[in-house]
Design a protein around this ligand. Structure first.
Ligand code: CIR
Length: 343
């Protein structure tokens, strides 16, 4: 492999931090599962417009290629190894933000988990993916009470069931070009599927960008209810599944943007007045360390003043603190929207 050449206009973090010296030091390194630098940065090389451009093929990648991962993580998360990342996923009781549903249409909290002893999705064989899926299904089968539900495998899938899952937004699609170049789509849709509880307030994606994406969702603004359910589900799943975790970097994920809590907690919120006052909205969002994404999620546009607002920080902050920050930020946003005239 030759040192990669990125176009001048590329702002990819791999381009910024992969010096010739680091390239030479890492070029021939391999993790125990034989994941290489070339595989890790293939997504960034094929997509020079990547913001990050690197994926981990297994937990060990973060150590084997630390000369490259560490500065990228430091810039993206503002977190260096001398800082502390302490988890705290204890339950919270926060007042509902918008019981009349004037602004907040839905709340979603997700975390990513990968299992110890398996390569991550961009570097896993079909037989290992199959073994992993079985292990996850059997853990999901043991969930009790309101977490009980059904697993829908993507292959084979009943067309009627698939239509319904799509309609209710309870499924996931094949990864985008960034994930594709990383290898995450290999053998799709084999060994992929979604589980949802019978009340549809809890969902698990299996073998998407991470082994599990564990998701709580409600068509309400009750952030603590969504978060507390997710926290219960994670404790229950952790009784039969060992999650890949690092003392410094927290939960380890395919994309380094997700490590730490691996949590994205957010709402869909309609802000007709603030849409006309974007500077004010951006100011509040920045003050609470939140992030605005498009109506359809990452790399999409805001439609009909429906914003997706979620936490920006995932590493060096606890899960419960993320939820408290989001709650405080959304209170401030709703207050500003009301002050501008929405009754
Ligand atoms: C990229 O580097 O742009 C893609 N691999 C996606 C990174 C994940 N998300 C993000 O930056 N918010």
């Amino acid at each position: 492999m030759n040192p990669p050449i990125f176009p001048e206009r590329s702002n990819c973090l791999v381009k910024k931090y992969l010096s010739l010296e680091i390239f030479n030091a890492l070029e021939h390194q391999k993790t125990d599962s034989r994941f290489t630098l070339a595989q890790a940065i293939n997504s960034g090389i094929k997509n020079w417009d990547s913001s990050i451009g690197i994926y981990a093929g297994d937990a060990q990648s973060y150590r084997t290629f630390s000369l490259l991962f560490d500065p990228i993580i430091c810039e993206y998360h503002g977190f260096s190894k001398d800082k502390n990342h302490k988890p705290d996923i204890s339950p919270l009781m926060l007042p509902s933000l918008d019981p009349e549903k004037k602004y907040i249409k839905s709340t979603r909290v997700r975390v990513a988990r990968n299992l110890e002893g398996f390569s991550f999705p961009c570097h896993i064989s079909l037989s290992q993916r199959r073994k992993l899926e079985k292990k996850i299904i059997s853990a999901l089968d043991r969930l009790k009470d309101d977490l009980k539900g059904k697993y829908y495998s993507f292959e084979p899938i009943d067309e009627k069931e698939l239509k319904q899952l799509k309609k209710e937004n309870l499924w996931f699609q094949k990864g985008d070009r960034f994930q594709d170049a990383a290898g995450i789509n290999s053998d799709f849709p084999k060994c992929r599927g979604v589980f949802h509880s019978f009340d549809k307030r809890f969902m698990v994606w299996v073998n998407e960008e991470d082994h599990l994406r564990v998701i709580g969702l409600e068509r309400t603004s009750d952030i603590s209810s969504v978060y507390n359910r997710l926290s219960r589900a994670l404790s229950a799943l952790n009784q039969s599944l060992a999650f890949s975790r690092d003392e410094t970097y927290g939960y380890l994920t395919s994309c380094p943007t997700n490590i730490g809590t691996s949590m994205r907690a957010g709402v869909h919120i309609q802000l007709e007045k603030l849409e006309q006052n974007k500077d004010l909205l951006h100011g509040i969002v920045k003050g609470y360390n939140l992030q605005i994404r498009g109506t359809g999620g990452e790399k999409t546009k805001v439609e009909n003043a429906m914003f997706d607002i979620s936490n920006r920080q995932r590493l060096g902050i606890s899960e419960s603190k993320i939820i408290q920050n989001l709650h405080a930020g959304l209170l401030a946003i709703i207050k500003a929207e009301k002050n501008l005239g929405t009754p």
